[in-house]
Every structure is written in structure tokens, then in C-alpha cells.
Design a protein around this ligand. Structure first.
Ligand code: HEM
Length: 421
């Protein structure tokens, strides 16, 4: 990035940090609290400052020291106009990170059309309900095996380590069609990818090593395509997709689908244990009631706190705010999912009896989560099975001692000690 000013260079550092979802931002001490506000919580709720901001104005300025001009969108309606707009915004970070870092990054999130459209076309058919249906019995089996492992490890276990992390990990391996050795190699790395100690360096190392495993799987299945998503894409498209792009897509499935779903399983359990009688209600619930509960959990928790940064391609008016070319527009998905206009009643109340809302927990528009239906399948399988197997499940610590992440792009808990009863 020769010739880039100090501002852009430091801005790049901030965004490089920020762009790898796995990195623990709490090591970024120089960020003023007003900047980090959309990435912090008050228990499970938005900080009062974010709530106030959302009630005051849908678009507000975020002053990033030495960084680009940034805007925070907190209204559901305005966020949807930003997230659906291909012409005004770009998620391509190469102008800040450099082409090499962008190429290394790969995946869909930081790619603009037409490349994004081309790459997403390979994945979308694999995430239709008809295609995902083949995974249903496997997901039930994986959940049941984890419940057995918990019973074995009990009576007090860390639900994050024993249940929330293993389920999405095994489901993604199953989805892709990785063999036992590749799963074993990834297993250790899988957790290191999300190791939030040591400032995320562990995560970086693990990311590149896990890409090696995925690249090996691609090379192997070029010769002998398997029954999973990887084999299906190779059989259907052959050399129309390069090994690099295919590896980048697989890596994006891990980055997108692992920590997010693990956090939802852990935090959803906190909700079921926090709300009197909720566990028994879910244990006895029919499918429709389970679906409604899961949708309300997704809205209320919104674990992906902000959408990928959007860079303005042109000067424009955003709901009365003048945004200049190059400015960064951050949509606070948490604020938009707690927008008073989104639901009847108090949006800061977890109410599984309310009708499913048009929440943006999975984003919106052309970058909308490709794995949304798979994540729903996992959550709809995990919660009723957990509640039926351990009807006396309870926190093994005081609710106020549950360790929520302090500052992160994907909100979650470090551990969740529970008594199985
Ligand atoms: C509860 C679990 C999940 C949540 C809350 C979640 C949330 C999101 C959100 C908010 C976005 C859009 C970000 C934006 O527009 O800036 C996204 C994109 C994405 N998600 Fe998910 N996700 C989840 C599970 C999954 C799963 C299971 C997979 C795959 C196995 C996955 C793969 C992806 C990919 C590849 C993208 C990028 C799509 C694109 O840029 O076109 N996610 N996710």
C-alpha cells in the first residue's frame, strides 16, 4: 500500500483486526468506548448508550481515531437499504488490506459482485432445504451423541466445550464431507481458530493451518469426489471453480458457521435457564412452537453484532446524512433487531410467544447468510433434545457470574458451567 497516508495505514490495522471475526478485540485497548459500543453488551442486552443512540437517530457518526469516517446504522429499515444496495456499497477490503491479504482472505463476505455472484452460485444449491434434508438425521445423531457425552462427563459440565462447540463443528465437517483424518486435524485447530486468548494470534495460525487441511480435502476429492458439499460441487462444476476459490469457500463456511452457531447454542441455553419454566416449555413444545422460540432467540440475541463493513462507492444521502465516497458504514444488527418498529411490545424482552419477526440476525440482501437454514436445523434439534434429556438442567454458577464476551464481533460466552440434575 505504498503512498497510503498514516490515516489509511492505521485504518487498515483496525479493519484487518476487525475483519477476522475470530479475533478478540479486547486486546485493542486504544479503541475509544464510543467505537466499541456496538460490540459490547450489558448482560444479553445492548449497552444503554446504543439503545439511546438508536432511539435518537437511525444513522450516527463513529469517530475512529486516525481511521476512515465511519457511520453506524441502528434502524431496521435503514440497515436493510444499506445491506441490499450493491451499487452504493462495497465489502471489498482490498483497498485497505491490499490484494494479497484479500486473496488470502477469500470467501464471500469481502467479495463484491460479479465475483461474489459467481462464487455464491456454487454454494447456494447446497443450502436448499431439499439438499440440507439429507443432514437432518445426522444432526439428530450428533446432538444425541453429545448429550450422551455430557451425561458421561457430568454431573457438572461446561456446556460450551461439551455441547455448543462440538455440534456445529461436526455438522460443518459432515456438510462438507471431510474424512475422519481431516476432521481430527481440524478438531484441534477448530477450537484454536476461536481461541480468544493471546490477542488472536492463535486464531491466525489456526486459520492458515485449517486452510491447509481444507486444501488437502479439495485435492483429494478432485480425484475421488465424496458425498458432501465439496464432492457435489466438484462433480457438478469440475474446473469451473479453482482450488483456491473452493478452499476459500470452505474456509468461509467454518468462519461463518462455527462460532456463530456455537454461540447461539450456548446463549440460547442461558435464556432457557434464565426464564422460569422455559426449559419445560421447550421440552413439551411442538415443532411450530420450537421454530417460534428459535426465531425469537435469534432476534433477541443477534450474536453477529455488526454486519461486514460496507464502504461507500459514491457520495450519497443516507436517510438525511451525507456519506462520502470511501466512508465506512457499519450496520449494528443488534440495534436493528431491537428496533421498536420491528416487533409489537418491548423489543428488549425475550418473548417466545410473539410471532416470528423479520429479524436481521442472518443479515439481509445479497450477503445474507448462506447457512441460515442449516443453523436453524441445528438450533431446532439442539434445544428440545437438551431440555427433554436434562429436564432439571440448571446453571452451576450464579447468573451474574456467567462470563459473557466483553468485546467481540460474534457475541458469546467463554464457558457455561451447568448441573445436569
Ligand atoms: C446462528 C448462526 C449464524 C448466524 C447468526 C449467522 C449470521 C450471519 C450474518 C449476519 C451474515 C451476513 C453478514 C453481512 O451481511 O455483513 C452471514 C453471512 C454468512 N454466513 Fe452466516 N450465520 C450463522 C450460521 C452460518 C452457517 C451454519 C454457515 C455455513 C455453514 C454460515 C455461512 C455464512 C457465509 C458463507 C456468509 C457470507 C455470505 C455472503 O457474503 O454472501 N453462517 N452470517
Amino acid at each position: 500500500m505504498p503512498g497510503a497516508g498514516l490515516k489509511d495505514r492505521i485504518g487498515a490495522v483496525v479493519l484487518r483486526w476487525g475483519s477476522r471475526r475470530e479475533v478478540d478485540l479486547s486486546k485493542v485497548r486504544f479503541l475509544p468506548s464510543r467505537i466499541t459500543m456496538p460490540l459490547r453488551r450489558d448482560g444479553l442486552d445492548p449497552l444503554p448508550a446504543l439503545r439511546r443512540l438508536a432511539d435518537e437517530t437511525p444513522v450516527s457518526r463513529l469517530r475512529i481515531p486516525f481511521g476512515p469516517t465511519a457511520w453506524l446504522v441502528t434502524s431496521h429499515e435503514v440497515a436493510r437499504t444499506v445491506l441490499a444496495d450493491k451499487d452504493t456499497y462495497s465489502t471489498d477490503v482490498s483497498h485497505l488490506l491490499g490484494e494479497d491479504a484479500k486473496r488470502e482472505q477469500g470467501g464471500l463476505g469481502f467479495t463484491d459482485p460479479p465475483d461474489h455472484t459467481r462464487l455464491r452460485k456454487f454454494l447456494t444449491p447446497e443450502f436448499t432445504m431439499r439438499r440440507l434434508a439429507r443432514l437432518g438425521p445426522r444432526i439428530d445423531q450428533i446432538v444425541s451423541d453429545r448429550l450422551d457425552a455430557m451425561a458421561e462427563a457430568g454431573p457438572t459440565v461446561d456446556l460450551v466445550q461439551e455441547f455448543a462447540i462440538p455440534i456445529p463443528f461436526e455438522v460443518i465437517c459432515e456438510l462438507i464431507g471431510l474424512d475422519d483424518l481431516q476432521r481430527k486435524r481440524l478438531e484441534g485447530l477448530g477450537q484454536a481458530r476461536f481461541d480468544i486468548s493471546a490477542g488472536g494470534t492463535g486464531a491466525f495460525g489456526a486459520v492458515s493451518q485449517s486452510r491447509e487441511v481444507l486444501a488437502d480435502a479439495v485435492a483429494q476429492q478432485r480425484i475421488d469426489p465424496g458425498e458432501g458439499l465439496l464432492g457435489q460441487i466438484i462433480r457438478e462444476h469440475g474446473d469451473a471453480i479453482s482450488d483456491h476459490d473452493l478452499t476459500g469457500l470452505l474456509d468461509g463456511l467454518f468462519t461463518g458457521g462455527f462460532e456463530t452457531t456455537a454461540s447461539m447454542i450456548a446463549l440460547g441455553t442461558v435464556l432457557l435457564l434464565r426464564e422460569q419454566g422455559q426449559l419445560a416449555t421447550v421440552a413439551a413444545a411442538d415443532d411450530e412452537a420450537v421454530h417460534r422460540t428459535v426465531e425469537e432467540m435469534l432476534r433477541y440475541l443477534t450474536v453477529v453484532q455488526v454486519a461486514f463493513p460496507r464502504f461507500a462507492r459514491v457520495d450519497h444521502d443516507l436517510h438525511g446524512t451525507q456519506v462520502s465516497k470511501g466512508d465506512v458504514v457499519m450496520c449494528s444488527l443488534l440495534a436493528t433487531d431491537r428496533d421498536r418498529a420491528l416487533v409489537d411490545g418491548d423489543p428488549d424482552l425475550f418473548d417466545p410467544t410473539r410471532p416470528a419477526s423479520q429479524h436481521d440476525a442472518f443479515g439481509y440482501g445479497f450477503h445474507r447468510c448462506v447457512g441460515a437454514e442449516l443453523a436453524r436445523m441445528e438450533l431446532r434439534a439442539a434445544f428440545p433434545a437438551l431440555a427433554r434429556r436434562f429436564p432439571e438442567l440448571a446453571l452451576a454458577v450464579d447468573a451474574k457470574d456467567v462470563e459473557y464476551r466483553k468485546l467481540s464481533l460474534v457475541f458469546g460466552v467463554e464457558s457455561l458451567p451447568v448441573r445436569l440434575g
